[in-house]
Design a protein. Structure first.
Lengths: 212, 252
C-alpha cells in the first residue's frame, strides 16, 4: 500500500489513477496515523512553495514526514513535492523547506547564458540525462517526461542527482538520497516512461516489509 | 532541450467527437475515450478537448467525459468550452483535467484569468484566442463565441494582457486558416510567440506533416494542434513525428 499525502495542494486524481493503472493499491490521507501504515508515501504538489509548507506544518505532516523517512521507508516527492524536500525556496520570498536534501529552489532564468530567451514555465516533454544508476531508473530507455514548473533546484549535491533535463540550465529531474527521492516532472503524466518510474518506486517499497 | 509537442484536438459535442470545418459543418468522428487512447498510443504529447458549442448554447462540458478520459490517459490534457467561472474550472480540474482553456469568458471577464491562476497556478490556465486578420486595422482581431463575434481587441494586445494576468499558455487558432489544410498561420503564430513569454500552441490549417515543420521552424511555435487530419487518418501523429525527426526537429 502506497500512501498519498493529501494536504490540499495536488492533483491527487492523476497520481491515484496512474497507480491504479499499474496495479498498486493506495490510500489518500492527511492523517499521519493512516499514512504510517503504508510501505511508501508520495508527496504530490501543485501550487506555491510557501502555501504548501504552511499546510504541511498546519497538519503536522512535516513531522510525520521526518519520522517516516527516519523509519527507512521510501518517500517520493513529485513536482512541488520534490522541491519541498530541499532546504529553501526563493518562490515569492525566501521560505524554508523540509531540508531532507541540500539545495535551493530558484526561478528558471528568462534567458540562457547565451542570451537565448527561455519560456517560463518549462512546460512540455523534455529528455532525461542520466547521471548515475539507481533502482528508480531501472528499465528507463526513452527518457522523455512531462514537465510543468517555473522553479528548479540549484546547488544540490551531485551525489543525489540521478537524472537531469536541459532547459538553458541543468534542471534536476530525478533526485535521490537513501530512501528520499523526488521527480520534478509528472511521472503520472509521462506515458509509459512515467509508469515505469512509478513501478520502480513501488518496488522500492518491498524492503519496507521488515520495517512494518 | 524541450521537444515540440503534437496535440490532437477533439471537439466534443454531447459526448461525441466532432470537427467543425470553418466552425460550421460538423462530422461525427467517434468516442472521446476511444480516440484519446489511440492518440496516446500513437505518441500524442497532449490532448485538447473543446466543447465547441458551449459558448453559444451555454452547454457545460461533460464532467463524466473528463473523468473517463483522465482514468484512461497517462498524458496531459486540456479542457475548454463552457468554462465561465472559477467553479467551472474547479469542476473540470477536479475531474482530472490538467489544464482548462478559456476563450469567450476570459475576454468578457479578464479577471477570471487572475482568479484561476491564483487558485490553481498559471500552469493550469490556457487562454484560447480565435484570431482573424483585419486589413482595416492591419493586424489580427480577437473573435469570440466560436468565431462568430468580432471584438474590439487585437490579438497581440490580448495575448500580452492574458499572460500578465496569469495565462500559462496561449492556444492560438487562425480563423483564416482553420479548415483550409493549407498550413498554419506562420505570421500570426510568430507575432504572438514574440510578444509573450509563455508557450504558444499553433492551431488551424494543418494539412500535412510539412505544415508542422513550417510552424515549428519558421514561427517557433512550441506546440501544434490539429484535428481532422488525425481523426480522418489522413496522417498519423507518429508519421508527423517521424517527418519532424528526419528534419532534425526535437520530438518525443
Amino acid at each position: 500500500m502506497i500512501g498519498i499525502i493529501d494536504y490540499g495542494m495536488g492533483n491527487l486524481f492523476s497520481v491515484s489513477k496512474a497507480l491504479e493503472r499499474i496495479g498498486i493499491p493506495y490510500v489518500i490521507s492527511d492523517s499521519p496515523e493512516t499514512l504510517n501504515k503504508t510501505k511508501g508515501v508520495i508527496l504530490p504538489g501543485v501550487g506555491a512553495f510557501k502555501d504548501a509548507m504552511a499546510r504541511l506544518r498546519e497538519k503536522e505532516l512535516d513531522q510525520f514526514i521526518y519520522q517516516y523517512v527516519e523509519s527507512g521507508r521510501p518517500l517520493l516527492g513529485i513536482c512541488l513535492g520534490m522541491q519541498l524536500l530541499f532546504e529553501e525556496s526563493e518562490e515569492n520570498g525566501l521560505f524554508e523547506g523540509l531540508g531532507l536534501l541540500k539545495g535551493r529552489v530558484v526561478r528558471i532564468p528568462e534567458r540562457t547564458a547565451d542570451g537565448e530567451r527561455l519560456k517560463v514555465p518549462h512546460m512540455g516533454w523534455n529528455k532525461l540525462h542520466f547521471h548515475q544508476e539507481a533502482p528508480v531508473l531501472q528499465g528507463i530507455k526513452d527518457g522523455y517526461v512531462y514537465f510543468v514548473h517555473s522553479y528548479y533546484v540549484d546547488g544540490m549535491d551531485t551525489s543525489s542527482l540521478l537524472a537531469s533535463a536541459d532547459y538553458g540550465v541543468t534542471v534536476p529531474a530525478v533526485v535521490g538520497h537513501e530512501n528520499v527521492s523526488g521527480m520534478q516532472f509528472h511521472p503520472e503524466k509521462s506515458s509509459a516512461t512515467g509508469m515505469q518510474l512509478l513501478t520502480n518506486f513501488a518496488k522500492a517499497m518491498e524492503r519496507s516489509e521488515d520495517i512494518l | 532541450m524541450m521537444t515540440k509537442r503534437i496535440i490532437p484536438c477533439l471537439d466534443v459535442k454531447e459526448g461525441r467527437v466532432v470537427k467543425g470545418i470553418q466552425f460550421v459543418e460538423l462530422r461525427d468522428a467517434g468516442d472521446p475515450v476511444e480516440l484519446a487512447r489511440v492518440y496516446d498510443q500513437q505518441g500524442a504529447d497532449e490532448l485538447v478537448f473543446l466543447d465547441i458549442s458551449a459558448s453559444v448554447e451555454g452547454r457545460k462540458t461533460m464532467v463524466d467525459v473528463v473523468q473517463a478520459v483522465a482514468s484512461e490517459l497517462a498524458i496531459p490534457f486540456t479542457v475548454g468550452g463552457g468554462i465561465n467561472a472559477l467553479d467551472d474550472m474547479k469542476r473540470i480540474l477536479r475531474a482530472g483535467a490538467d489544464k482548462v482553456s478559456l476563450n469567450t469568458a476570459a475576454v468578457n471577464n479578464p479577471e477570471l484569468i487572475n482568479e484561476g491562476a491564483a487558485f490553481f497556478g498559471t500552469q493550469c490556465i490556457v487562454i484560447a484566442i480565435d484570431a482573424k486578420y483585419d486589413p482595416e486595422i492591419g493586424t489580427w482581431r480577437v473573435y469570440t463565441h466560436g468565431g462568430r463575434t468580432p471584438t474590439e481587441r487585437t490579438v497581440i494586445d490580448w495575448a500580452k494582457e492574458a499572460v500578465e494576468r496569469g495565462a500559462g499558455e496561449i492556444l492560438l487558432t487562425s480563423m483564416d486558416e482553420d479548415g483550409s489544410k493549407k498550413g498554419f498561420d506562420i505570421a500570426l503564430t510568430k507575432a504572438v510567440g514574440e510578444a509573450v513569454s509563455v508557450p504558444v500552441i499553433a492551431s488551424g490549417g494543418a494539412g500535412n506533416a510539412q505544415h508542422f515543420l513550417d510552424v515549428f521552424t519558421e514561427a517557433q511555435a512550441d506546440a501544434a494542434l490539429a484535428a481532422s487530419i488525425f481523426h480522418y487518418k489522413e496522417t498519423g501523429v507518429g508519421e508527423v513525428k517521424q517527418f519532424l525527426r528526419n528534419a532534425e526537429v526535437n520530438v518525443r
